[in-house]
Design a binder for this molecule. Sequence first.
Ligand SMILES: Cc1cc2nc3c(=O)[nH]c(=O)nc-3n(C[C@H](O)[C@H](O)[C@H](O)COP(=O)(O)O)c2cc1C
Length: 244
Amino acid sequence: MPALKKQKKDFIVPLTTIGIVFLLVVASLFKTNKTHTSTTLSLPQTEQESDANLIDLPYPNKDSKVSLEKALNNWRSYTSFQDKPLSLNNLSQLLWSAQGVTVDWGGRTVYSSKSAYPLSIYAVTNQVTDIDQGLYKYIPGDLQPAHQLYSLYKADLRQLFIENTKQYSLQHAPLILIITSNTNKIEAYLEAGHATQNLFLQSESLGLGMAEISNIDQDVLKEILQIPEEETIIYLIPVGLPKK
Ligand SMILES: Cc1cc2nc3c(=O)[nH]c(=O)nc-3n(C[C@H](O)[C@H](O)[C@H](O)COP(=O)(O)O)c2cc1C
């Protein structure tokens, strides 16, 4: 009997090892095969960097008839939009309100810890007049305002948002702004909040509606939009003429 017991013990170590190895292989296969609700759209690779991709935006309006108090009183989040396009002026004004350069040392329409300005703003132009559909990155400028868009790729991205997001507002917005940060520091999240607050007031002043969306699948959207690895999406902001 003791000999039998020893024989059994001799099997325990190799059997356990084989079991662990098997489980590890299965787990790694599962990880590799894990897919998201992948889109049927295949986006073109980001266009080659060149000045030809830069688009000058219309000069932002620095005066309006809507008082700050009225905008503060009337704004709301809107998640349903009319099936009508926005203008390039609207887009220009919104981007300026969120990150535009306003003073000659590079200060912007929002404050930034240590003037680090860690945020980037992208625009998905689904229905915006005088600009191709596609994904653009806002170029605020450094010491001088540049106030330009950089065209990353031209494509109709609406189907992609329908297939890969669950939020109705993102699936039907004429414009989606995306705020990302190149750092995960808490300051970046605070700053995204400041920029978004400006966007709310600016959109109210323009008669537009918007919502701030954070409940998204970060990895899926980053992959399909080809957002750089080192950036984190903080907010998606659908904008349009509100359905009231
Ligand atoms: C951090 C944060 C994340 C949010 N995420 C979402 C979201 O994923 N989807 C959505 O429809 N609304 C989102 N909202 C909007 C809130 O639901 C909205 O602010 C709330 O309903 C109050 O309405 P109001 O903004 O008109 O005051 C978010 C708001 C905040 C502050």
